[in-house]
Design a protein around this ligand. Structure first.
Ligand code: PAF
Length: 201
């Protein structure tokens, strides 16, 4: 398994894989991997020649006062899990490479991003769509895998792919749940035992 941190190295490796005729499956994540992410890796592994996982806590999808600074991270653990699931490349870019000083271009989906999460997080999907477009340019996937748990996110990304004529197929994997039914999420770590019970509702 190769760990890549530099943007141009990622583009070179993706370009070589494509030249060799290999299909690329991309699983974009913000790390703190759980079985939900890993089920997407398994789906990608089944259908693609090469599997790339990205680990990047994208600052532009967090609003003011949200949990960007506290977002749970454990790169060593994530890399071990990826190795275990036979990932080919883990791409871990830095924030200042993806959004360098002076970066001023964003992509915005203006219909499906309204309401639901968009209501309380008005800049969230702009950040998600922008970073996904960047990751698609850098990793050049044929297929990109997202979880059904983030239903609005998958709809917004599919719309961006359609509207920008991107040659990427968006695949959506089923929600993976804890034994008591709670959807797996990296942010479940924030819940105390009372909130954990309430979350089941
Ligand atoms: O679902 C997520 O973890 C993020 O929104 C994504 C798609 C990796 C973009 O940062």
């Amino acid at each position: 398994m190769r760990v890549i941190r530099l943007l141009d190295e990622m583009q070179q490796v993706a370009g070589s894989l494509r030249t060799e005729g290999k299909s690329i499956g991309l699983v974009p994540t913000m790390g703190c991997l759980h079985e939900g992410h890993l089920s997407l890796v398994d789906l990608a592994r089944e259908s693609c020649d090469a599997v790339i996982v990205t680990i990047f806590v994208n600052p532009t999808q967090f609003g003011e006062g949200e949990d960007f600074e506290q977002y749970p991270q454990d790169l060593d653990r994530d890399l071990a899990l990826c190795e275990d699931r036979h990932v080919d490349v883990v791409f871990v870019p830095t924030g200042s490479d993806v959004f360098p000083k002076g970066h001023s271009t964003f992509v915005e989906e203006t219909e499906l991003a309204q309401g639901l999460c968009g209501e309380t997080r008005p800049t969230h999907f702009r950040g998600v769509v922008t970073v996904c477009l960047k990751l698609f340019v850098l990793c050049q996937p044929d297929f990109a895998f997202f979880g059904q748990k983030d239903a609005q996110q998958t709809a917004v990304i599919r719309r961006m792919v359609r509207d920008f004529h991107l040659p990427v197929v968006i695949e959506v994997g089923p929600t993976v749940r804890e034994p008591d039914g709670l959807a797996m999420s990296s942010r479940n770590l924030y819940l105390d035992s009372e909130q954990r019970q309430e979350a089941l509702l």
